[in-house]
Design a protein around this ligand. Structure first.
Ligand SMILES: [Mg+2]
Length: 217
């Protein structure tokens, strides 16, 4: 019997809003969004985008963590802990693969009382000159683009059937490769347009019901 894994996006999926964007608005000023446009049009990679904009963020880890844990705009969708517990009870692994930064993903999971999840996201190092970020693939080599997809390929190669859960435009690439897809927001729209079969969700109680009803191999 193949093993099952949930590949879970973080920003906009686990959280309602994009935590990186909230931090950038707070500490870098609005003009970082012009680089976001460059990333969205494909002129620069997500790796390059992060290096530019986080390179301008001079706050230390403590300040940034306090912001993420206390800003009322940072909201985790209901039912996350229950979803993780449900998956564990069914021997389904949960892996977070995110274009966001590891420090705030870990801090928010800890705040939710969730421990022991595998996280693949941007490695971060805090310097007075700015935050340095980079993505490392399963082979420990730096990945400039297609980070989420690299992990979907890796999980498929390891023989997992992948349930993908995401919200954004960058999630369509891994979603196309997954066995099952749970989608919300932009990803839901794109899946519908591309006729990629998916299950809509608003929170993780929905996700429990979806996974309960999936026909898993
Ligand atoms: Mg997202």
């Amino acid at each position: 019997m193949p093993k099952t894994v949930v590949q879970l996006d973080f920003d906009g999926t686990v959280t309602e809003d994009d935590v990186s964007f909230l931090m950038l608005d707070e500490y870098v000023g609005k003009d970082w969004r012009k680089h976001l446009d460059e990333y969205k049009t494909g002129d620069i990679t997500v790796g390059a985008f992060n290096k530019i904009v986080f390179g301008r963020m001079k706050q230390d880890e403590k300040t940034l963590t306090n912001f993420v844990l206390s800003d009322p705009r940072v909201q985790v969708r209901p039912g996350l802990k229950e979803f993780v517990e449900y998956c564990r009870s069914k021997d389904i692994e949960v892996v977070i693969v995110s274009n966001g930064l590891i420090f705030y993903i870990e801090a928010l999971l800890k705040q939710q009382g969730i421990t022991g999840l595998e996280i693949h996201a941007a490695e971060n190092a805090f310097y007075e000159t700015g935050v340095q970020v980079r993505y490392l693939g399963p082979d420990s080599q730096e990945v400039e683009s297609g980070f989420k997809e690299v992990y979907t390929d890796y999980l498929c190669q390891k023989g997992y059937q992948v349930i993908y859960i995401g919200n954004g435009t960058s999630d369509i690439y891994p979603a196309r490769k997954a066995r099952h897809v749970c989608a919300t927001a932009d990803l839901l729209e794109i899946c519908n347009k591309e006729k990629v079969k998916c299950y809509p969700f608003n929170d993780f109680f929905d996700a429990i019901k979806i996974v309960e009803n999936l026909k898993l191999d």
